[in-house]
Design a protein around this ligand. Structure first.
Ligand code: KIV
Ligand code: NA
Length: 267
């Protein structure tokens, strides 16, 4: 019997050892990931990966509750962090608390994540002061894809780097227990990691971040198109393709089900 990792325990890993993290969207996949990672993110990327949306903007709180509860049921060791979807927290601190409280109460997750830096710092302070651990997310923030002009790496000029570093400092000061640093130039990720006392969780950032995260389906080779920062650790789509092809052939030639796959009368 192993107890779940907590948000304060993730925070305390900075400077001790790297933090390994992946996304998962459902109990079945999360069960496989759980023993190997420190935390699992139920990311709103599920809208694109699992539901075929072109961006994460259409993801609802109901969807996050459904997937978050599934992941919690399938796991027992990793901290589960659930993304707050677009529109569920930006309007006011009160709206953010209501959404985060619903995620915590209805999924059993141990923390929430939201996107944004200086602009979201008061909201992060509001939630953390009320018992909700918050992971922040700066740099390439996919919910802002329309304002950023696409899914592109950030921090290519000095002003942009200064702004993102200020965002990172602001979320730390507001009480975030960790910050995802996504799609920024490597020297900026290193500067943020050095400047903060909370862990940076890199994705398309730097090997020197305090931890790393990837979308599980991307690193498994399940998604057709991935950004250059993704390393494919397996070729699961090819494995599924081969298995399904073999199954369909065996059905069509009546070699499946075979003698071992059918029930014979006992009497
Ligand atoms: O939604 C997501 O999967 C994320 C991670 C990529 C950090 O926010
Ligand atoms: Na996300």
């Amino acid at each position: 019997h192993s107890r779940r990792t907590t948000a304060p325990e993730i925070r305390a890993l900075k400077g001790v050892r790297p933090i390994a993290s992946l996304t998962a969207y459902s109990a079945g996949m999360a069960r496989i990931v759980d023993p190997h990672v420190d935390f699992i993110l139920v990311g709103d990327s599920l809208g694109m990966v699992e539901h075929g949306f072109a961006s994460t903007l259409g993801v609802t709180l109901d969807m996050m509750v459904l997937h978050g509860a599934s992941v919690v049921r399938g796991t027992g060791s990793a901290l589960i962090v659930v993304d707050m979807p677009f529109g569920s927290y930006e309007e006011s601190e009160a709206a953010a608390f209501r959404s985060a409280a619903r995620l915590m109460a209805e999924t059993g997750c141990g923390a929430v994540k939201l996107e944004g830096g200086e602009a979201m710092a008061p909201t992060i302070r509001h939630l953390t002061a009320r018992g909700i651990p918050v992971c922040a997310h700066v740099g390439l923030t996919p919910q802002a894809v329309n304002a950023l002009g696409g899914f592109k790496s950030q921090g290519h000029d000095a002003a942009a780097r200064e702004k993102i570093l200020a965002d990172a400092r602001a979320v730390e000061a507001a009480g975030a227990f960790a910050v995802v640093v996504e799609g920024v130039v490597e020297p900026l990720a290193d500067a943020i990691t050095e400047a903060l006392s909370i862990p940076t969780i890199g994705i398309g950032a730097s090997a020197r971040c305090d931890g790393q995260i990837l979308v599980l389906e991307d690193m498994l080779g399940l998604t057709p198109k991935v950004p250059r920062f993704v390393k494919r650790f397996a070729a699961v789509a090819e494995a599924i393709d081969g298995a399904v092809k073999a199954y369909a052939e065996e059905v069509r030639e009546r070699s499946f089900p075979g003698p071992d796959n059918v029930y014979r009368p006992k009497g």
